[in-house]
Design a protein around this ligand. Structure first.
Ligand SMILES: [Zn+2]
Length: 471
């Protein structure tokens, strides 16, 4: 499909883009684009997008879907808003390529986590700019990427670029809580996505470490949540007459064994590659050790140092966090039941039933019942030996020659997990680079994005997508 430069288009950008390239133009013509105007439009539209409150709950993503709908309509991009629930919607837009290669999906969630306004310097849904930073809930998670993805669609349409792959934009509801937007879309319209080869979404880390340089992580795999409830039962009674094997006592003893448990170390190839790449960012003596992780782990001193660093430990093993503890209501009553919940995260490829069997051995108490909570979704991953991975490396290095680029195993969960089973190579990649301090504002107060990085990020994402869409 080729979009025409409409009057509405001129309105959106407030400029005359008479330099629209001839029909035979391709992504290679990127340097000829009027970047300043596109960047200014990005900044203006990002502020508008941040002002749409999509705190989840309740979400209210319909308003965000309509924002994109108007934008796409104004630029001649075919799109549909799908109602998922009252006031909740997904939006799907497509720019047709010539059909010789399979589509690329640009996936983003439109909901954001809630914000407590008192904790913020500026109102969290204001899009205010202070000292070069644009503030707003969703500035990094992930209205920035969503808006940049929409801008890439708009530029491709506006410049009438010929691509081989279709570009599909999918904005979803409810990622932060129940994934109902994506679940609904996959249940009702998987046919619109099934043929796709690649997907880009959130999950990658892009950070500048002061004095060390830039790091771009490409999220290729995620650990899988496997939540478990442990319930102890026993005789209840008066608190004045202790019961040594009461439910609370047995539970606490069992949980003590669980938190002392050192789960086995398992170095996945993607994690080995990650350490190899980030070696450059480390101080000695870690620098050499990271280059050859498998060997280095044989040294007990290094192994202990590495495992005691919480940023690295979880990459090397299944992890267990004790998060919920519940027992009696009254100080003088020994309850007959107590339970706890464990947030277990499994490495991709690990079997939940095997893990549960190991955990039972660690708990060593038949009076404690262990059962999974919620539905387990088997973790999956995408290979790093792909065209898209290589294109991201090329483009990032072109903009940032010294940047370290590494595949990442994400400790959390991203919706990539739901798309890979369709045969799609899915990566988390953020073209927006921030400082570690700003990175930590996701899901916290004063979430913000550097305006300059939004501008830079637009160019990076545009080049990644348009190059990948032609090979
Ligand atoms: Zn997110």
């Amino acid at each position: 499909m080729k979009s025409v430069l409409s009057v509405a288009m001129l309105f959106v950008f407030g400029i005359r883009l008479s330099a629209a390239l001839p029909v035979e133009s391709s992504a290679d013509a990127a340097p000829c684009l009027n970047w300043t105007e596109y960047e200014n439009a990005t900044v203006r539209l990002m502020r508008k997008y941040l002002r749409i409150e999509t705190s989840n709950p309740p979400g209210n993503e319909l308003e965000a879907a309509e924002f994109f709908h108007r934008l796409f309509d104004a630029n001649g991009i075919p799109n549909t808003v799908f109602s998922v629930a009252p006031k909740r919607a997904d939006i799907y837009a497509i720019l047709k390529g010539n059909g010789t290669l399979r589509p690329i999906i640009l996936l983003n969630h439109m909901d954001v986590v809630r914000a407590v306004p008192q904790d913020w310097k500026v109102p969290p849904f204001s899009g205010e700019i202070l000292n070069g930073m644009m503030y707003g809930r969703g500035a990094l998670d992930m209205k920035d990427i969503g808006l940049l993805q929409a801008m890439v669609m708009i530029i491709v349409a506006n410049e009438q670029l010929h691509l081989k792959r279709d570009l599909i934009f999918l904005g979803t509801a409810d990622e932060e809580i129940g994934d109902t937007g994506t679940l609904w879309f996959l249940a009702h319209h998987a046919d619109l996505l099934r043929h796709a080869a690649y997907l880009l979404t959130e999950g990658g880390t892009s950070v500048t470490y002061p004095g060390k340089g830039a790091f771009y992580g490409i999220d290729v795999a995620e650990k899988a949540p496997f939540w478990i409830r442990a319930t102890a039962r026993g005789r209840g009674g008066h608190g004045a007459i202790p019961i040594p094997d009461s439910a609370p006592n047995r539970l606490v003893e069992a949980m003590d064994r669980v938190i002392q448990w050192q789960t086995p170390i398992h170095v996945l190839p993607v994690v080995e590659e990650y350490f190899h790449q980030i070696a450059r960012l480390q101080e000695e003596p870690f620098r050499d050790d990271f280059l050859n992780l498998r060997e280095s782990l044989k040294n007990p001193e290094f192994r202990n140092a590495l495992l005691s660093d919480s940023d690295f430990n979880y990459l090397l093993r299944d992890t267990v966090s004790l998060t919920v503890l519940r027992a009696g209501e009254q100080t003088n009553v020994i309850p007959d039941a107590a339970y706890s919940e464990l947030d277990v995260r499994l490495l991709p490829g690990d079997d939940p039933q095997d893990f549960l069997a190991q955990l039972r051995k660690v708990v060593r108490d038949p009076a404690i019942n262990l059962e999974p909570v919620g539905q387990f979704r088997a973790p999956n991953s995408s290979p790093i030996t792909t065209m898209l991975y290589r294109v991201i490396e090329e483009v990032v290095h072109q903009h940032d020659p010294q940047a370290v680029i590494a595949p990442e195993l994400n400790g959390g969960y991203t919706e990539s997990q739901m798309f890979r089973p369709l045969g799609i190579t899915a990566y988390g990649f953020s073209p927006v680079k921030v400082s570690p301090e700003v990175e930590e504002t996701q899901h916290a107060a004063n979430e913000r994005v550097p305006v300059e990085q939004l501008r830079q990020g637009l160019k990076i994402l545009f080049e990644v997508v348009t190059r990948a869409a032609n090979q």
